[in-house]
Design a protein around this ligand. Structure first.
Ligand code: PRP
Ligand code: URA
Length: 208
């Protein structure tokens, strides 16, 4: 399942992120804000429990998030740009990281680091974050690593998806829902998303 956020507040931010004149400070803020919208949509089915509370006026029932074992998994390096926003909405989440670098010539993902706590019983919810779904290689490999560690409940949040990446990811992991802020036209001959926003890591970290 691939959900594209259709909302003017998201579209506005995506357009600003695409703009080559947008400097890293503003770009990071836009990534943060857009990630909050992605989290809002992706976490609609998060587990909650009913609680009894007393307002200053009356007794009431409410709900509390009841997901004691959420693990946020940014894919290094660009995924780090989405982490702060995720930790704001899920302050008790754990964080595991996966290092992945695309081979510039082939776009094959090259894993170089992994520090993710293993799942204990499959009840954990792992949320993979990475701004770009281009060929889909990095996301497919990241989720495969999580499955090997025992994760059964996994979601993937990203900013821009290429149709090629969506197709590949659906083939690799049809059980993992994807939430994206924009679905773009295609990949170019260098496996960059068109129109995209360029190299997300460079835009976030100012390394252009
Ligand atoms: C980017 C991006 C994804 C990957 C997407 O990372 O953040 O991880 O490319 O491409 P794919 O779908 O074709 O695998 P990159 O390898 O540029 O590394 P960086 O985050 O360190 O800049
Ligand atoms: N990674 C990026 O950062 N941008 C793209 O367009 C493709 C992969």
């Amino acid at each position: 399942m691939h959900t594209v956020l259709e909302h003017p507040l998201v579209g506005h931010r995506v357009a600003l992120m695409r703009d080559r004149e947008t400097p890293p400070k503003l770009f990071r803020e836009l990534v943060n804000e857009t990630t909050t919208f992605l989290a809002y949509e992706a976490l609609r089915d998060i587990r909650t429990r009913r609680v009894e509370i007393e307002t200053p006026v009356a007794k009431a029932t409410g709900e509390r998030v009841d997901e004691p074992r959420i693990v946020l998994v940014p894919i290094l390096r660009a995924g780090m740009g989405m982490l702060d926003a995720m930790l704001r909405v899920l302050p008790y989440a754990k964080v595991g990281v996966l290092g992945m670098q695309r081979n510039e010539a082939t776009a094959e993902p090259v894993p170089y680091y992994a520090k993710v706590p293993p799942a204990k019983d499959g009840a954990e919810l792992a949320i993979v974050i990475d701004p770009m779904l281009a060929t889909g290689g990095s996301a497919c490999d990241a989720v495969a690593q999580l499955k090997k560690l025992g994760y059964r409940r996994i979601k993937f949040l990203n900013l821009i998806s290429a149709p090629e990446g969506i197709a590949k990811f659906e083939e690799c992991h049809p059980d993992v829902p994807v939430f994206t802020a924009a679905k773009d036209e295609r990949l170019n001959s260098h496996f960059y998303i068109v129109p995209g926003l360029g190299d997300a890591g460079d835009r976030i970290f100012g390394t252009l």
